[in-house]
Design a protein around this ligand. Sequence first.
Ligand code: GLP
Length: 245
Amino acid sequence: MTVRILKDEKAVARAVAARVIATLAATPAAVLGLPTGRTPVQLYARLRAAHAAGRVDFAQATTFNLDEFLGLPADHPASYRAFMETHLFGHVNLSRHRIHFLNGAAPDPVAECARYEAAIRRAGGIDLQILGIGANGHIGFNEPAAGLIGDSHLARLAPGTRRSNSDLFGGRVRAVPPNALSMGVGTILRSRAVVLVATGAGKADAIAATVEGLVTTRVPASLLQLHEAVEVVVDQAAAAGLTRR
Ligand code: GLP
């Protein structure tokens, strides 16, 4: 793992946007894995601005999002799909048929996850997977557990994860679906390169455990230590728990 510690959230967004822009400049048909959450909001704002300024072209790109709430159709305002429309998809020249999402409203979640894995394989795999991280070390909706499922699957959300997603549901924790569909840690580890992004003091413990702790399914992001091309991009606050700097 390489770790880049930058001054603040703005510098982190700038660096990760530059990485995406460089990836698409070198490989216009790159396959991107994308996260939702508060962390990538500034990243997507920068990509929108770069696109408007003619500095990045998504015309040939393909995207796969990490996860989606179970039971929410794509047009539900609290869905991750709606989040992506608002923050990125509605503003750049991605081809609609190359935007891929787990369908939270699919009648058969198992078949839906198998469809998603096959679609990723058909696209040639993910070139650059961007990840956020939960305060408990989750990636996607792969929550800390005694064991983890490798491929995309139906996942149960930890209580803290439902709380941290409640903003999307008007602050009502009980309105947050208890289950989701998510890429698995295997899906993520099959990506050719991974950028893990974290900002703010609330992520400091998770980042320390991910980067310097044991590889353990109790900290799902620590499995990224097994991948040879992972860059962790954090601000000072999220880096506060690192001892080796
Ligand atoms: C959510 C998502 C993750 C995201 C993480 C961090 O629950 N399922 O994909 O990376 O938690 O979210 P945030 O960036 O809002 O802290």
